[in-house]
Design a protein around this ligand. Structure first.
Ligand code: FUC
Length: 821
């Protein structure tokens, strides 16, 4: 009876303690298989190779991906006709002939070549278990503390277990199948694919091989060649090769190793040998012991994952399977579901973005469709940036590297685009890119005319420096940071009416005011202005830190003064465009003009309270219902508005089964974010937003507990990072009050703390009250121009919660503990 109870507790994943991040809180688990639904399957990955694990009983599927398996081949998509059309397009915009300008842009600026390539699946590893139709005791899980999956069930009194992981150190996927009685394991294994150019064969008697070439797309020939190998090790029983599969009979246990490689070297070179690579990974791994590999895998994974611990408490609601928790979340108190979702975001970033690999694309590294939505590429007018919002602050700086590398590569390819299309120096990118690092405009002018992709991305290079303080890194990224500014310095043009320097053509991503004839093309959209402001500011700051380019810095300072200020319009909103044409009933998913609130820091309750109040109205006008990633962005915005309850409401909206709210996104059973369809940006955006509810560091101070909702009345967090190299080593709050916090200073310098209640040092010493600007350079907030307020506006600052502001000089490497006063 006792034994049964223990097994029962194990299977339903009951957490014994009520408060404390115990292991069961870090599992996605289910008591039904995935069936044919991809979004029920569980993602594993090591940044290079990935799988969706279905956990089906009779026909198990591991849907395979590899990070470089993309359609097409090295190519560029600039449209050189743009240069000749630029003046005419600008003239039409300035004359208010927006539709005509858009038509001309479609003809002469938008690419006539590739609109971007597709991230494609490799194929499936399929395991068929004849006679397993009638099963009981079904259980499957994804353990995000160990980055492993497990499926188990019972047939005819025999319990079968499958474990799988994609090893970080060994670069292969390993699956171990076992039965609790000897000689009971019989199944067949095969590799399948949707690629038409393929070669599937069996090597010797125990190795499956799938070779293929990716698709031609958008007039670009598919030339990525890949090879997946599945080599099988049996304990007992027999293994027999068939045409395209192998048959295992009466084994005690079986281990399957899967390696995948392609010929991709970099965006310009696909001369690698996929077969040799796949064989090398396989040969290195195959003689290793499963348990040893698992230990090494978990150790490598936990090096990153264990850096952050979050505990928001847990309730009875947490004891149910993940799909039921998702169903219930909006109607119950299940704080540890937020913790799970938060840590799942970190799990996904570690699993889809590793140094040396491709950055997480629209679906991370998980895609089963030959023609995925939006090609599963890199949309850089929000989605790709959002993927990396959690990177630095949730202590996963290394995972940022693939994106930083992509940006460095775009700073090469985008140079030619800037020159050929716009006659400008520096580099630029439009609203999408792909593995070939295209930088031309695609999808039609409405979307593609936007040219801020390079500028926005370049801020990630600067942000990396603000968190790590690594000057050698800054030096290596400087040319790219400066290159983004050089583009704008050449491209900006004087607005004939307002005399400001504006981006033209440009747009406010994917949105258009009714007054502009349904065309998005414009001059001086608020987001473009904010991005140029940041690009210039970061370049000036970086150049001054590195002691470079005095004359260029002076030039940028002069130009910066001529950028349009932000505008508060007649509806007391932040204007999206230079003209006051916002529709308060517009609930478009992009709220690009709030880039200045988050991820940037141009809208602050402390330095420009009226703008801050206007940002709130903009958020209220747009409403809460939106696509997955848009909800993720809104969590960050409401956190910046210091409104924890509204941020929490967005988390509730996001953590709903898809289809609960009409017109909105939601979450799939495997906790993948639903745009719909699946897009991983919403997962990452929400993980970032939860951090921003607990700690912010972009507005001149380390702000502790800025936006706690009623539901997070007590909790602890450890390991998150602030700018300036400050690590919140441990923070405890209760009844919405900061009880204690330990902060490690990795770089030294002034620690300016903003807290919701008074604190003192642990030794009882009174802290110095802060005043003036924070002398710590990592906390620089660049002064914005005074906003222009419409005569029709009666905007007033909001009442914000009082806070306490302290300064403490810290020493590099030392920790400081503070307690409630
Ligand atoms: C942008 C968004 C869409 C979608 C796509 C991938 O175009 O507006 O909502 O997320 O990117």
């Amino acid at each position: 009876m006792r034994k049964k109870l223990i097994i029962f507790l194990f299977f339903i994943g009951i957490s014994i303690s009520g408060f404390g991040q115990n292991t069961n809180d870090l599992k996605l688990w289910y008591n039904t298989p995935s069936g044919s639904v991809w979004e029920n399957a569980l993602p594993i990955g090591n940044g290079f190779q990935a799988a969706m694990v279905y956990g089906n009983v009779e026909k198990e599927i591991f849907q395979l991906n590899e990070h470089t398996v993309w359609s097409g081949s090295p190519n560029r998509n600039d449209n050189p006709n743009a240069l000749g059309a630029l003046d005419s397009v600008r003239k039409l915009i300035f004359e208010g002939e927006y539709k005509a300008a858009e038509n001309m842009a479609n003809q002469r600026i938008i690419t006539k070549k590739s609109h971007g390539q597709m991230f494609q699946p490799v194929g499936n590893l399929e395991l068929t278990f004849t006679g397993h139709e009638n099963f009981s005791n079904y259980y499957r899980e994804l353990d995000i503390e160990n980055a492993t999956t497990k499926t188990s069930y019972t047939v005819d009194g025999v319990t079968y277990t499958r474990e799988a992981f994609t090893s970080f150190p060994d670069r292969v996927m390993v699956i171990r199948l076992s039965a609790d009685k000897p000689g009971k394991l019989s199944f067949s294994a095969a590799l399948t694919t949707q690629h038409t150019k393929n070669d599937i064969k069996i090597n010797g008697n125990n190795e499956l091989s799938l070779w293929g070439t990716t698709s031609d797309h958008e007039g670009v020939e598919g030339k990525v060649e890949f090879n997946a190998l599945g080599r099988i090790k049996t304990d007992g029983g027999t293994i027999t090769p068939n045409d395209n599969s192998v048959e295992i009979k009466n084994a005690n246990s079986v281990t399957i190793f899967v390696s995948i490689a392609s010929n991709f070297n970099n965006y310009n070179d696909i001369s690698g040998d996929e077969n040799q690579r796949a064989k090398d990974y396989m040969d290195k791994a195959f003689n290793k012991n499963f348990d040893d590999m698992k230990v090494a895998h978990i150790k490598a994974y936990q090096k990153y994952f264990n850096r952050v611990k979050l505990d928001l408490g847990s309730t009875e609601a947490s004891k149910l399977p993940t799909n039921e928790r998702l169903n219930n979340f909006r109607n119950t108190s299940d704080p540890s579901f937020v913790t799970l979702y938060y840590q799942f975001g970190r799990y996904l970033l570690i699993s889809s973005s590793q140094p040396g690999g491709q950055p997480a694309n629209l679906q991370g590294i998980w895609n089963g469709n030959m023609k995925p939505a939006w090609d599963s590429k890199y949309t850089i007018n929000i989605n790709t940036e959002m993927n990396y919002w959690p990177a630095e602050k949730t202590n996963l700086s290394e995972m940022h590297e693939p994106l930083l590398k992509l940006i460095m590569e775009l700073s090469e390819t985008g140079k030619e685009t800037a020159r050929v299309m716009y006659g400008a120096g520096g580099w630029m990118a439009h609203h999408n890119t792909d593995i070939w690092r295209i930088t031309g405009p695609l999808d039609g002018s409405f979307w593609g005319i936007w040219n801020g992709g390079g500028g926005w991305l370049s801020q990630h290079l600067w942000e990396r420096y603000l968190y790590t303080g690594d000057k050698t890194y800054l030096e290596s990224a400087y040319t790219a940071i400066k290159g983004a500014a050089e583009f704008y310095a050449d491209f900006l043009v004087e607005h004939p009416t307002y005399k400001w320097l504006v981006v033209a053509p440009g747009n406010s991503p994917e949105n258009a005011p009714k007054e502009h004839q349904g065309a998005s093309i414009t001059a001086g959209s608020t987001m473009d202005n904010q991005i140029v402001f940041d690009v210039f500011s970061s370049t000036i700051n970086a150049a001054e830190i590195l002691g470079k380019d005095k004359a260029f810095v002076e030039k940028l300072k002069t130009m910066k003064k001529r950028l349009p200020p932000m505008h508060i319009g007649k509806h007391n909103q932040i204007q999206e465009w230079l003209d006051d044409v916002d529709d308060p009933n517009d609930n478009h998913r992009h709220i690009s003009h709030l880039y200045g609130l988050y991820p940037s820091n141009q809208i602050s309750p402390y330095s420009n309270p009226k703008l801050f109040a206007a940002a709130k109205n903009t958020l209220l006008h747009r409403g809460d219902v939106s696509t997955g990633w848009s909800m993720g962005w809104k969590v960050n915005w409401w956190a910046k508005m210091q409104d924890g309850n509204h941020a929490y409401k967005l988390i509730q909206n996001q953590l709903m089964p898809l289809g609960t709210v009409r017109g909105g996104g939601g979450t799939y059973n495997n906790l993948f974010d639903a745009h719909p369809p699946f897009q991983i940006d919403g997962n990452f955006g929400c993980t970032s937003g939860i951090t921003e509810m607990i700690m912010q560091s972009s507005d001149g101070a380390v702000h502790l507990l800025p936006a706690l909702p009623d539901n997070f009345d007590k909790g602890t967090i450890a390991g998150i990072l602030a700018r300036g190299g400050f690590e919140i080593s441990n923070m405890v709050w209760e009844n919405h009050k900061l009880v204690s916090v330990e902060i490690k200073s990795n770089l030294g310098g002034n620690l300016r703390l903003r807290t919701p209640n008074e604190i003192k040092s642990k030794a009882g010493k009174k802290l110095k009250n802060a005043s003036g600007k924070n002398p710590n350079g990592f906390f620089v907030v660049n002064d914005i121009a005074t906003p222009i307020i419409s005569e029709a506006s009666n905007i007033e600052p909001l009442q914000i919660k009082p806070t306490f502001l302290y300064d403490l000089q810290t020493k590099k490497g030392e920790s400081y503990t503070f307690v409630v006063k």
